[in-house]
Write a protein that binds this ligand. Structure first.
Ligand code: ZN
Length: 106
């Protein structure tokens, strides 16, 4: 789980002793269930300097951009077509990744 590695690296950089919280953006398409991530996090961090940290998660909706009519829209029910012009020539612009937004340490 590379997320843990990133947090650990950040803690090392600022010479932190304990981790208070981590805020994450979870893309709707990242195929991550917040509840199971939260459970995983607890298991992985047990007995480490990260134990007991609060995991805060925001789910980022999947957004698309239409290359044909240049509009931005939310992709619902995994319908990858532009709601304005119906074209499928679109690209996703958010909601695909897992990202660490901020960490709070002592
Ligand atoms: Zn369009």
């Amino acid at each position: 789980m590379s997320m843990i590695e990133i947090v650990r690296e950040e803690m090392r950089k600022c010479d932190a002793k304990t981790l208070r919280s981590v805020r994450l953006n979870i893309g709707q398409m990242a195929a991550i269930v917040p509840d199971s991530l939260s459970f995983c996090f607890e298991v992985i961090t047990k007995g480490t300097e990260m134990e007991g940290a609060r995991l805060m998660m925001d789910v980022i909706p999947l957004k698309g951009y239409c290359n044909t009519c240049e509009s931005e829209f939310e992709i619902k029910d995994y319908v990858f077509a532009c709601p304005s012009c119906g074209d499928t020539n679109i690209k996703t612009i958010s909601g695909q990744d897992l990202a660490i937004v901020e960490i709070e340490v002592d």
